[in-house]
Design a binder for this molecule. Structure first.
Ligand code: ADP
Ligand code: MG
Length: 238
């Protein structure tokens, strides 16, 4: 269970303002997609929620508690990256179990959680393989499995499908949607692909140069773009 609230969230690197003040109240279980062109500040926004980047001003709240001062490990957030970030020398099972081992979870519970995530992600046959023995899609599933086993309050995804070919991307998109339906974990998902955003989002944040140009349900944004930028971006082919 988690609500996430961003209040006038801003980020500057030196004198450059990169995020100009984003506000959003995210309900428990909501799937929010942050969409916009390369360089508009999507990853920076996500990294502030994760605690991987300091906040210049404003606040991130999870379940009503400010997290600016909280250690990243204490936020109970799991993040899935574009490049999977798997440990190449570890088997799939150990990749998925790693965070739980660090958290000193009992062995039997680790096994149970990894098995159940592997089942959900159709990875049961691959648990004893190394990442290099897997396809791109399978690697990305392992990365998601590693996030799921921790039972996070919040999932963060940063362009998780960008390294996959077009066909696989469509398939994984559907899998993520199903996963979201069965897990119902509050999620923030970053992509530059407006079709991905339209498919996955309960609500989307359309970013333009560090500004949240529009926040709304996909059809609402599509039918009623509030700025010329949004109209052009959402209406353009992927
Ligand atoms: P996106 O994920 O939408 O492509 P980013 O959040 O990565 O965009 O970057 C937004 C802007 O902030 C870019 O102009 C980028 O160059 C700049 N930026 C990101 N990280 C840093 C950093 N650590 N130092 C300086 N500038 C940065
Ligand atoms: Mg990025």
């Amino acid at each position: 269970m988690a609500t996430v609230k961003l209040s006038n969230l801003k980020k500057s690197f030196g004198k450059t303002d990169v995020i100009h003040g984003v506000d959003i109240d995210i309900s428990d279980g909501e799937f929010i997609v942050i969409v916009g062109p390369s360089g508009c500040g999507k990853s920076t926004l996500l990294r502030m929620v994760a605690g991987l980047e300091t906040v210049t001003s404003g606040e991130v709240q999870i379940n009503g508690a400010g997290v600016n001062e909280m250690e990243p490990m204490d936020r109970n957030i799991a993040m899935v990256f574009q490049n999977y970030a798997l440990y190449p020398h570890m088997k799939v099972f150990d990749n998925m179990a790693y965070g739980l081992k660090i958290a000193k979870t009992p062995k039997a519970e680790i096994a149970e959680r990894v098995q159940s995530a592997a089942k959900l992600l159709q990875l049961e046959e691959y648990l004893m393989r190394k990442p290099r023995e897997l396809s791109g899609g399978q690697r990305q599933r392992v990365a998601m499995g590693r996030a799921i086993v921790r039972k996070p309050d919040v999932f963060l995804f940063d362009e998780p499908l960008s390294n996959l070919d077009a066909k696989l991307r469509v398939q994984m998109r559907l899998e993520i949607k199903q996963l979201q339906r069965s897990l119902g974990v509050t999620s923030l998902y970053v992509t530059h692909d407006q079709v991905e955003a339209m498919t996955l989002a309960d609500r989307m944040i359309v970013m333009n140069g560090g500004i949240a140009d529009q926040i709304g349900a996909p059809l609402e944004v599509y039918a009623n773009p509030q700025t010329e930028f949004v109209a052009g971006f959402i209406g353009s082919p992927a």
